[in-house]
Design a binder for this molecule. Structure first.
Ligand SMILES: [Zn+2]
Length: 120
């Protein structure tokens, strides 16, 4: 995978993560309470690794944004492991057009469709 492209996607992922955290901070009182309890600086939220936030706490928040946050973190760790853009299900390359539209996509379209069909 082209390194420039990957860097561009990493940038997008970090921004998207920041936006979600800011949204949660503004809209979600449970999240606000958690940040307060852990004495986090909201300005540093974008740097928070998923591990810094108690996974149970995240589950308790139970909002769509948290799921997206998880996907973003998975995508970021896949960039670090040099596995970004490779479908987690069939190991084929995910088309760059798809990654541009959804930088945190972990599966190619056929696999994603199949997963959604299964989960219905
Ligand atoms: Zn696939």
């Amino acid at each position: 995978m082209d390194q420039n492209f990957v860097n561009e996607m990493l940038d997008k992922l970090i921004k998207a993560k920041d936006e979600i955290l800011q949204f949660l901070l503004a809209e979600n009182s449970d999240f606000q309470a958690m940040v307060k309890e852990k004495d986090m600086d909201p300005k540093d939220l974008a740097d928070i690794a998923a591990d810094d936030i108690d996974r149970n706490t995240l589950d308790a928040l139970g909002v769509a944004e948290v799921r997206r946050l998880r996907l973003i973190d998975s995508a970021i760790s896949r960039i670090k492991n040099d596995r970004y853009g490779i479908c987690v299900r069939c190991n084929k390359l995910i088309p760059t057009e798809r990654l541009k539209a959804i930088p945190y996509a972990l599966m190619c379209v056929p696999c994603q469709t199949e997963e959604e069909r299964k989960n219905r």
